[in-house]
Design a binder for this molecule. Structure first.
Ligand SMILES: Nc1ncnc2c1ncn2[C@@H]1O[C@H](COP(=O)(O)OP(=O)(O)O)[C@@H](O)[C@H]1O
Ligand SMILES: [Mg+2]
Length: 353
């Protein structure tokens, strides 16, 4: 059931500038973790600040639990929205203990209730032993967990996190992603997490909202986003891919490309002879001695358990040769300049435009 509904949210900072956030609409279910994902400057923080109430939208509405916190005619102040916020720099009070930091947001409660709630939050983020420490004694990841505990303590309708992984060392990020999603799920929190990193979003989100230049590109589960990107930007932003132009053949079921013909495409909706764009993930191209398509290896990049083979596919029917990337098992023996044959199953090709 839709819990938060954001409709046509728009923000312009300057008169003639393109809007920083442009007619953004999406919904969030209760207990769902949604990630706003996009490159730096695409409007993620501005969108989050409008939801939090730190910035007024030029247009659009926001509903939480059916109530308008931003409507055509009224705007609920930030502190009355029931929203928890975790800022990029954690923003803990340095002179207060961890317990006092968490207690800070608890108003209108008896002291005994406050103490009980702080205890619950310390358990949730597994920092019971640090209740009386000041934040500077804690690691970055621990401070992060205090900030989340503080935001969750007043039981907000939704918690907003802006780039929560950006100040965390690369080596700790994976653990932090796991910790944050585990904490949010355990607390049954509804959350919006802003990030520019595809890996963050894929690791923590139930649903991803991809943004570019203020506009939503796609709203999907991580799996769907990866498998069926709705345009070239999304295809390239979430993982590596091969983009190929093609022309639908006269039967309407095959596609001609510079790499070769792909027959029996499962869902080519375009009419014969129309131009299409195809996305083929490198791991969906299989090397094989009897492969139908071929090319010559330009470069090989070894990963731990696989190798990236950069090749130039031989031009099909007079079309220009095309660079391709294949992700092959490390056991496959091949050298630079050698010919490589490969197959692509039509099920693994996504027609994106
Ligand atoms: N207070 C502001 N005044 C003017 N322009 C702003 C302001 N805040 C953000 N912007 C502009 O809005 C765009 C989106 O910024 P932001 O929401 O911070 O992007 P992101 O968080 O995705 O990196 C950028 O072009 C930025 O320069
Ligand atoms: Mg930002």
């Amino acid at each position: 059931m839709t819990f938060i509904h954001i409709n046509n949210l728009t923000k312009r900072f300057g008169g003639n500038l393109a809007p920083a956030v442009n007619q953004v609409s999406f919904s969030i279910n209760k207990g769902e973790i949604v990630s706003l994902l996009g490159p730096s400057g695409c409007g993620k923080t501005t969108a989050l600040r409008m939801i939090a109430g730190f910035e007024n939208p030029c247009e659009g509405t926001i509903q939480i639990d059916k109530e308008y916190i931003v409507s055509e005619s009224s705007v609920t102040p930030a502190e009355k929205r029931g929203i928890g916020m975790v800022f990029q720099e954690h923003a803990l009070f340095p002179h207060m203990t961890v317990a006092k930091n968490i207690m800070f947001g608890l108003k209108h409660m008896k002291r005994s209730q406050k103490i009980q709630r702080v205890k619950e939050m310390l358990e949730l983020v597994e920092l019971e032993d640090y209740a009386e420490s000041v934040p500077s004694r804690l690691s970055g990841g621990q401070q992060q967990r205090v900030a989340i505990a503080r935001a969750l303590a007043p039981r907000p309708h939704v918690i907003l996190l802006d780039e929560p992984f950006s100040n965390i060392d690369a080596g700790l990020r994976e653990k932090m992603r796991y910790d944050i999603s585990a904490i949010l799920k355990k607390a049954n929190a509804t959350a919006i997490i802003v990030t520019h990193d595809q890996k963050d979003a894929f690791a923590v989100a139930d649903k991803i909202v991809v943004m570019k230049e203020g506009m939503i590109q796609q709203v999907s589960t991580p799996k769907e986003l990866y498998r069926c990107p709705s345009n070239c930007f999304v295809a390239q932003f979430v993982g590596k891919t091969n983009l190929l132009q093609g022309i639908v053949d006269s039967t309407g079921t095959g596609i001609e490309t510079s790499v070769g013909t792909f027959d029996q495409m499962p869902a080519v909706l375009q009419s014969p002879h129309s131009k299409v764009m195809l996305s083929i993930r490198p791991e969906n191209i299989s090397v094989s001695e009897t492969g139908r398509y071929s090319g010559f290896v330009d470069r090989i990049v070894y990963g731990g358990d696989s190798q990236e083979i950069h090749l130039t596919a031989e031009g099909h029917r007079g079309l220009a040769p095309t660079p391709l990337l294949i992700n092959a098992p490390i056991s496959f023996d091949i050298e630079v300049n050698e010919q490589v044959r490969f197959d692509i199953s039509s099920n693994d090709i996504t027609v994106i435009e």
